[in-house]
Unconditional design. Structure first.
Length: 228
C-alpha cells in the first residue's frame, strides 16, 4: 500500500477517535496517557466463557439453543453410567437454560488477548498494535466443542495506540524493550453465524470499543484507547 493511502487512513483514524489525557505514575515514571470517555451504560460481561459466548451467539442469531443436545454431550454427563446419565442430563439442561437466560441480552464483553506493538511513529505520535480487520480471538466451549470465534470488524481503526512523544521512549524502557502486551478490550458483539453442523465453529462479529494496553511482565497499564 503506498504512503499516500496509508496517510489518508491514519488521518481518518485520528478524526474518528478520541482519547483522554491523564497522568499515570509507574515505578516513579510519569506517563501522560489517553483519557477515555465513560462507556455508555450497558451491562458488560467480563471474561466470558466459551459457553457464555455460544449462548449469546444463539440469542443474537435468533436461534433456539439445543439445550438437551448440549446437556447430553457434556463430559460430566457422558462419563456417568447408564443409570445416572439421564438424571444428570436433566440437571445440566436446567443449569444451561438458567445461564442462557442470564447472558442472553449481553452485547458487550471484556476479553484479554495478546498483541505486539511496532516502532513509534513520530509523525502521528502513535504505536500500532498487531490488530487488524479480521483479527480473531478464539474460545473453547464445552457445549460447542468446535469452539467459537470473535472476528474484529474494526481492527484497522483500533490498532492505533496514541502516545505523546515524550512518553514513547519511557514506555519502551519501562517494558525493557519487550513489545509484547496484553490487550484488555471491551467488544460490542454484532452478527452471529451458527453453523448447521456442530463440527464447525460459531462465528461472531465484534467491534472494539475501547481497550487498555498492559505489560504482562510488569503488570502495569501502559495506555488506554477509545475507538470511534
Amino acid at each position: 500500500m503506498n504512503s499516500s493511502i496509508l496517510d489518508h487512513i491514519r488521518a481518518l483514524r485520528r478524526q474518528r477517535r478520541s482519547y483522554m489525557l491523564a497522568a499515570l505514575t509507574c515505578l516513579g515514571l510519569g506517563l501522560s496517557l489517553a483519557f477515555a470517555p465513560t462507556l455508555r451504560a450497558q451491562t458488560v460481561l467480563h471474561a466470558p466463557s466459551g459457553d457464555d459466548l455460544t449462548m449469546i451467539a444463539y440469542a443474537i442469531a435468533g436461534a433456539e439453543p439445543p439445550y438437551a443436545e448440549w446437556a447430553n454431550g457434556l463430559r460430566s454427563v457422558t462419563a456417568l453410567d447408564e443409570f445416572k446419565r439421564a438424571a444428570a442430563a436433566k440437571v445440566a439442561e436446567q443449569r444451561l437454560r438458567t445461564r442462557a437466560e442470564t447472558v442472553r441480552s449481553t452485547r458487550i464483553i471484556e476479553v484479554n488477548f495478546f498483541a505486539q506493538f511496532g516502532e513509534y511513529n513520530d509523525i502521528y505520535h502513535e504505536f500500532d498494535l498487531s490488530i487488524d480487520d479480521g483479527t480473531v480471538v478464539n474460545f473453547q466451549s464445552d457445549i460447542h466443542p468446535a469452539g467459537i470465534s470473535v472476528h474484529f470488524n474494526n481492527g484497522g481503526l483500533a490498532q492505533s495506540w496514541p502516545v505523546a512523544h515524550e512518553d514513547a521512549a519511557k514506555i519502551l524502557n519501562l517494558v525493557g524493550g519487550d513489545r509484547s502486551v496484553s490487550v484488555s478490550a471491551k467488544i460490542e458483539l454484532g452478527g452471529a453465524s451458527i453453523p448447521a453442523s456442530g463440527d464447525a465453529p460459531i462465528e461472531v462479529a465484534g467491534k472494539i470499543l475501547e481497550y487498555d494496553v498492559v505489560s504482562p511482565q510488569k503488570r502495569l497499564r501502559l495506555g488506554h484507547v477509545v475507538v470511534h
